[in-house]
Design a protein around this ligand. Sequence first.
Ligand code: NDP
Length: 264
Amino acid sequence: MDLHIRDRVAVVTGGSSGIGLATVRHFLAEGAQVLSCARDPGGLERSVALLADEGLDIDRLVVQPCDVLDEPAVTALARLAHNRFGRVDMLVNNAGQARVSSFVTTSDADWEAELNLKFFSVIRPTRAFLPLLRVSDAASIVIVNSLLARQPEPHMVCTSAARAGVQNLAKSLSVELAPDIRVNSILLGTVNSGQWERRYAERARPGQSMTAWLAELAGEKRIPLGRMGEPNEPAAAILFLSSPLSSFTTGATLEIAGGVSRFA
Ligand code: NDP
């Protein structure tokens, strides 16, 4: 099926690892041009090398170190997109990570940091890329969010609350930016990525393989599909929601969680 994104321009924040990297890979495979950012230049360089090894056309890929919380850096990223492409068709607000803490273990500083990350990782790129999105005849924004937005977990109190706020923001954006720019979000369950590799290193029993640890985790979480997701699975949903194939879809939310949500 043709997604109609050949030669269109996509920006992916947090594109050096996990779901962001899988999204960059899918965009390149579909013939899109991609601007990918993350904080660590080394991670970005490794992502380019990996994609080149896979035979993807990396002449279509531009990478730029950028912390999405740093307003001047985000403005510079948008300027780079303007100079290189003149427009942006698809913005994927993906950069971020979760915070594991209960209410009593979350300090005010932790709350401020988490709310800042979750909100401004969407607000700053969205604001900076708006003029370039407005040039496109098929503009879209996809926000990568978590099931925690609707189903809070006691060990992730502040991330859950922040995620709920972002979900509300996504809806407001979809109304305010219509009809020119579509805005949709995905709610993730547990997806095997850099975040989980870091947690495996901290939490697995000595000698336990990553595969065995992930399988155990999927069992504990009672995921109906019986496993964690792989980055290419949310990436496929991101491509669909970004592309003109979903041209009548805005303000929508797609769950990519193996059926683990308990709400109807
Ligand atoms: P990874 O750790 O594999 O990837 C995160 C990416 O975001 C990296 O490229 C990282 O690069 C980048 N990043 C992090 N913070 C910033 C920042 N401030 N500015 C720019 N780039 C940043 O994790 P995932 O692929 O799992 O995460 C992708 C998104 O999905 C995140 O928002 C995460 O919270 C969300 N999510 C993931 C779930 C999962 O189970 N995997 C579940 C629910 C939500 P660098 O460190 O170099 O900046």
